[in-house]
Design a protein around this ligand. Structure first.
Ligand SMILES: C[S@@+](CC[C@H](N)C(=O)[O-])C[C@H]1O[C@@H](n2cnc3c(N)ncnc32)[C@H](O)[C@@H]1O
Length: 330
């Protein structure tokens, strides 16, 4: 964390300003220290990252996943532009946003963070899990990044202070996606823009989807054990999966039903090793989340309307249902 970024932080319990004590600096960044309120709330800065939550929480599986696969989904490492295209294609935001402040919720390993930073905006990013560690390793060198470990239900920021709020791949993994969505809308300045997505709920995708039958048994498993099982399953099935995916129209879908995350259509230029790496990651990602609560487009639309947003555009997108909108000007 940089000293000048203290102004973006507030006590998540009381909403008041925080004061920095016992700071240990390294290359203009606060490596460790304590953030205190006058009334006695204390939050440590550990490894350059302010921590507003306990290390052990329901998102620990994600922390594990993103530490094992810190760079797997980064565009540069996978040699494609999937994340970049998702950020700008879905949000419709400009690629030059210098002078603006973006809030990114649930940043995981930071594959979207790097593209938000690329706009020149100040990016305030957070995740509930230890995924903040790999994100910091990839993006922590940017002077315009403030990365913290925090909970979407108790965000340590000034309400109604952001020009843009971004949250992809997260809402369905929170215990109450509607409450999480509303919490994000409260961070928008008048006139500010929101871009979010959520898994799609349809009869086929939900009730006929193997992952939702298996997940009740796997979501409480020790993550290391589950990851070993997923990897073993992919290794065993991979030769067959490569044959199945050649079946016209339905091959890839069959693989997903067999719990093999198959990205061969989405990443046609990827080599076999890359596809396998993504399969390890995303098969674990299907089976490990404590919460996975998809929504219909109608429900997502209603959430936007009830929040009083305008210019609402809810539609199907790369990862389910996507929504863009803005808070009305005062
Ligand atoms: C599937 S990952 C998506 C990460 C990233 N947005 C991406 O798409 O690559 C979901 C992320 O949401 C985070 N998350 C879950 N519940 C959260 C909460 N209550 N507050 C903040 N982040 C949360 C998890 O820790 C995890 O990193």
């Amino acid at each position: 964390m940089r000293l000048e970024h203290l102004k973006y932080l507030r006590c998540p319990k009381s909403g008041v300003e925080l004061h920095l004590f016992d700071a240990v600096m390294e290359n203009d960044h606060v490596k460790s220290g304590q953030l205190l309120t006058r009334s006695g709330f204390t939050y440590p800065i550990v490894n350059f990252i302010p921590r507003f939550v306990d290390a052990d929480n329901y998102a620990a599986n994600f922390g594990f996943e993103w530490q094992v696969h810190a760079r797997t989904q980064f565009d540069a490492d996978a040699n494609h532009k999937m994340s970049e295209e998702r950020v700008f294609g879905v949000s419709g935001w400009d690629r030059e946003l210098e002078g603006q402040v973006i809030l990114e919720a649930g940043s995981g390993s930071g594959r979207f963070t790097e593209h938000l930073l690329g706009t020149g905006a100040m990016v305030v990013s957070f995740d509930y899990s230890q995924a903040v560690e790999p994100n910091y390793a990839s993006n922590g060198g940017h002077d315009n990044l403030l990365l913290v470990q925090a909970n979407i239900y108790e965000m340590p920021f000034v309400q109604a202070s952001f020009d843009k709020v971004f949250c992809f791949g997260v809402l369905q993994h929170t215990p109450d996606p509607h409450a999480s969505f509303l919490a994000l809308t409260r961070m928008l300045k008048p006139g500010a823009k929101l871009a979010t997505d959520i898994y799609l709920k349809t009869f086929k995708r939900y009730y006929l989807n193997t992952r939702y039958w298996v997940r009740p048994f796997t979501r409480t498993m020790d993550p290391q054990k589950l990851y070993r099982l997923c990897k073993g399953w992919i290794n065993l099935m991979w030769p067959l999966a490569r044959v199945i995916r050649r079946i016209p129209r339905v091959g890839e879908a069959i693989n997903w039903r067999l719990l093999i995350a198959d990205y061969s259509t989405q990443m046609p230029d990827a080599d076999d090793a890359t596809l396998k790496e993504w399969a390890y990651l995303d098969t674990f990602d299907m089976l490990s989340p404590r919460f996975d609560i998809p929504q219909t487009p109608e429900t997502f639309q209603r959430w936007h309307e009830e929040a009083g947003l305008e210019n609402i555009d809810v539609r199907l997108g790369p990862n389910g249902v996507v929504g863009t909108a803005n808070r009305p000007e005062d």
